[in-house]
Design a protein. Structure first.
Length: 425
């Protein structure tokens, strides 16, 4: 009997040990199961994050290559290359204004995985007209739309004219603001804001003016000092077609390009989008009209006048940018002899207006660097790097800013990540 009792006790003990072992094994298995499940979830989350970051990198590479803001916000732009390839539900692209865009890849539950901000803005100074020379604008000036400039909480900067030293407005400067049908560039979104203080088009005389005593248009545009103008002219990046003055002018150190407008037109017809004029140039009447019409068949033309006086007479619109650079050249009355502009600049009444505006000791009007008569505009802007020299607009001016024209000439700025938005630690 004792022997059977001992056997039962041993069996019971063995059973308890086995149950304990099975319990421990089950607990260990359950722990291992949950650990495995957690690892699987972490891997899935990490894979989703990798897919999201991969989509962001893909979008950035594609935007770097194409450099097209308007396409970026298109519904199917990223679909094939970046969305479907990574099995994402969607890549949301939202304009934040000031040429900044939020990118958010979404998972299968339409939840955002990661969010980064891409910035297409350029480093150009705002201002439809920029001048280091003294500006004399005899009649009214209308800007519609202006260069929007920088966006703030209150509205847009909206600089119509950026000047270094002096400006005289003989008429009003009217800024119609950004709530117009014509946009300053393709894809522009004002975010419901208008120009600061203009409320959709102010009529203040000083509306849209900005003084910048450090203004350096050539340096800002070409990223080098104006002393290096020859390097810019001969740089294959720009492929300048060069017109050189072929007519000597008595008493002037700057030769004149004869029949300047016709020669510019012919160069545009040949496919040249960047034209460098060494010397003085005057374009009038039919030549100005035909040159302007030819520019409309292009994406935009850069016309750069170097070391000479420049004179325009007529109305119309040139699809492009005007840049005038006088470096070491000081215009005199001799530079205007024989030009149509001389009959206005040498007029005593005209000269008296200049003296009244800038002082009796100011040089005579017929020593101006730039003279424009007629309602004519360059849609990409006018940049006049002519320190201390006179810049004259005789008649009313209607200006419509178009940044796409500038981009076509100088190239779109490649996008960059907003600081703090993407791996910039």
């Amino acid at each position: 009997m004792m022997r059977y009792q001992k056997g039962a006790a041993s069996l019971l003990f063995a059973s308890l040990v086995l149950i304990a072992a099975l319990t421990l094994s089950l607990a260990a298995y359950k722990s291992t199961y949950f650990q495995s499940k957690r690892v699987q979830n972490e891997i899935a989350a990490r894979q989703s994050l990798w897919a999201g970051e991969g989509a962001i990198e893909c979008a950035f590479a594609k935007a770097q290559q194409d450099r097209n803001r308007a396409e970026l916000i298109g519904a199917d732009y990223l679909k094939t290359d970046c969305q479907q390839a990574l099995s994402l539900a969607e890549i949301q692209v939202v304009s934040l204004g000031s040429q900044k865009y939020s990118l958010q890849p979404l998972d299968e539950r339409n939840q955002p995985i990661v969010q980064k901000v891409m910035d297409f803005s350029n480093g150009r100074l705002a201002g439809a007209i920029q001048s280091t020379g003294d500006l004399f604008m005899q009649a009214a000036t209308l800007v519609s739309p202006p260069d929007p400039g920088t966006e703030t909480d209150e509205g847009w900067e909206c600089v119509a004219i950026r000047y270094k030293s002096d400006i005289e407005l003989g008429g009003s400067l009217v800024n119609h603001g950004l709530q117009t049908t014509t946009k300053p560039y393709d894809g522009f979104d004002s975010n419901g804001k208008d120009c600061i203080d203009s409320k959709g088009g102010g009529n203040k005389k000083k509306d849209g003016l900005m003084q910048d005593t450090e203004l350096k248009p050539f340096e800002a545009m070409f990223e080098t000092t104006k002393e290096n103008w020859q390097q810019v002219r001969d740089n294959p990046k720009y492929e300048f077609a060069v017109l050189t003055g072929d007519k000597a002018v008595t008493g002037s150190e700057s030769p004149r390009v004869s029949d300047c407008g016709q020669k510019v037109k012919e160069l545009i017809e040949l496919g040249n989008s960047r034209i460098w004029i060494d010397g003085s140039c005057e374009i009038t009447g039919a030549s100005l009209s035909s040159m302007s019409q030819e520019s409309q068949l292009t994406d935009g033309v850069l016309l750069l006048v170097h070391n000479g006086v420049f004179s325009l007479h007529g109305s119309g619109s040139f699809k492009g940018v005007l840049f005038q650079l006088n470096d070491g050249f000081q215009p005199t009355s001799s530079d205007w002899n024989g030009l149509e502009g001389d009959s206005y600049l040498s007029n005593p009444g005209f000269n008296n207006q200049v003296k009244k505006a800038f002082g009796n000791d100011y040089p005579d009007a017929n020593t101006a660097a730039y003279f424009q008569r007629g309602s004519f505009n360059f849609t990409g802007g006018q940049f006049l790097d002519v320190d201390g020299q006179l810049v004259m607009f005789h008649d009313s001016l209607k200006f419509s800013y178009n940044e796409d024209v500038i981009d076509s000439i100088f190239g779109l700025t490649p996008p960059k990540w907003v600081k703090g938005s993407w791996q910039d630690f």
